[in-house]
Design a protein around this ligand. Structure first.
Ligand SMILES: *Cc1c(COP(=O)(O)O)cnc(C)c1O
Length: 432
């Protein structure tokens, strides 16, 4: 399989090179040149996620130097709990993606990417610098995935004051080969700075710089696999297509659901649930796409005004309008997020994070408008990461999962930095 750039100005390359580079040399995002076909029957007997992922991703690894490592990469990186629990607003299920080491869905993709890059490394390669802009959860997942891996150094950029206290603690608690910068700006600033670094030839050459953001194809691929696994499992029971609802920020996780459908899995409509950042809902309601500054909301990992994976969606749908392709998008404001967290807890005892609450609200809206198809809802973070939002609404503490408790017990440190490229460049070159 060859990989192309969404901007079509870079030569086709193999998976290994696309993984190493993160971003294509023309500033575009890497995409596979074609989508293979995958049927539920191809997954018969696939009992766990690593097995499903090995089968689903094999065509994407064909011809790559990682081809023969795929099974072991999936076993090592994707061996995380993946419960699919039933929700009252039936027939609906929750895909619980938050049982990894940092309690957010990004653990799957970050571990997969880290494992791939690790397998691509030889002992005499120079240390590789992984830069990651985070709206809250990515940074910790990437740090956990690379922490103490020889040959890698991680630099995290996060928007100061715009992540929860526990998220901030998590971002700064790794140390060793992980440096954490709190940027005086918003997430879009962090993302712009990371992209600028990844387009800087000198930095790339001197630091073997690469990205671990959702712009990396190594993040997108494993995310496809959990939708494939869950949908195949549900389809065997239901024998009906399944709609998917995804809390959406940079459009990485939702694009994975859309691609799982485009591979041929029995997925109906894909519903994007955003917070008050309306770029995608406005676009899907028929307006032109217009990136804008990110607004601060309670679902902070989705505070994105110019979703980076939109460029990939546009590329995959270059021959037809994505707005006529079985995708909806709804915006959920902070007040509704609060009401939803309280309502879900009151009705079912279930505690959801603010991002998952956006999806629960969209589920409610679809049921109210008469959609009674089976729905699979992606739950993206553990509510204990957002306890200052959630606890006052439900009137009780949210129990900490053990992995999160471990991280919060460690000391934490982050350096402040202006939202400008020069100080970032200096720090990267200084090795700190
Ligand atoms: C990152 C994140 C999202 C948004 O995912 P995208 O792939 O950026 O659309 C949603 N919820 C949580 C908890 C996240 O950490």
């Amino acid at each position: 399989m060859n990989y192309l750039s969404t901007r079509n100005d870079a030569p086709p390359t193999g998976l290994a090179e696309a993984l190493r580079a993160g971003l294509a040399p023309d500033g575009g995002l890497y995409v596979p040149e074609s989508l293979p076909v995958l049927a539920v029957d191809d997954l018969a007997g696939s009992a766990d996620l690593p097995t499903t992922a090995t089968r689903a991703l094999a065509p994407f690894f064909a011809g790559s130097e990682l081809e023969n490592e795929l099974t072991s990469i999936c076993r090592e990186a994707l061996d995380l709990p993946l419960p699919v629990s039933e929700i009252d607003a039936g027939p609906s299920w929750m895909l619980e993606l938050f049982h990894g080491p940092t309690a957010a869905f990004k653990d799957f993709a970050a571990r997969f990417l880290a494992t791939c890059l690790d397998r691509l490394r030889s002992d005499d390669d120079p240390v590789q610098t992984v830069i990651v802009a985070t709206s809250g959860d990515t940074g910790a997942a990437v740090a956990a995935a690379f922490h103490r891996r020889p040959g890698f150094r991680v630099v995290i950029l996060y928007p100061d004051g715009r992540v929860s206290a526990r998220q901030a603690h998590q971002l700064g608690c790794f140390g060793d080969n992980v440096a954490t910068l709190r940027v005086q700006g918003n997430f879009d600033d962090c993302q712009r700075l990371a992209k600028q670094a990844l387009n800087d030839r000198e930095l790339i050459d001197r630091l073997a710089l690469t990205s671990a953001n959702s712009i990396s194809i190594g993040r997108l691929l494993p995310q496809i696999s959990y939708y494939v696994h869950a949908v195949a499992g549900l389809y065997r029971q239901l024998e009906a297509p399944i709609d998917i609802i995804v809390p959406t920020g940079n459009l990485g996780n939702a694009l994975a659901a859309i691609l799982a459908r485009d591979l041929g899995l029995p997925i109906g409509t894909v519903h994007l649930a955003t917070n008050a950042n309306r770029t995608l809902p406005d676009y899907f309601s028929g307006m032109d796409y217009e990136g804008r500054p990110g607004l601060k909301t309670l679902a902070n990992a989705m505070d994105v005004g110019d979703p980076s994976n939109f460029e990939r969606l546009a590329w995959f749908y270059r021959d037809r309008d994505p707005r006529n392709a079985g995708i909806t998008a709804d915006s959920v404001d902070d007040e509704t997020i609060r009401q939803t967290i309280a309502r879900i807890h009151r009705q079912s005892g279930r505690i959801v994070c603010p991002h998952t609450a956006c999806a629960m609200e969209v589920l409610d809206r679809r049921r109210a408008s008469g959609n009674d198809r089976p729905m699979l809802l992606a739950a993206t973070a553990h509510p204990a990461k957002f306890e200052t939002v959630v606890e006052p609404l439900i009137g009780q503490p949210v129990p900490l999962p053990p992995a999160l408790a471990d991280l919060l017990d460690r000391p934490s440190q982050a350096n402040p930095m202006a939202a400008e490229f020069e100080p970032l460049r200096d720090r990267l070159l200084a090795g700190g």
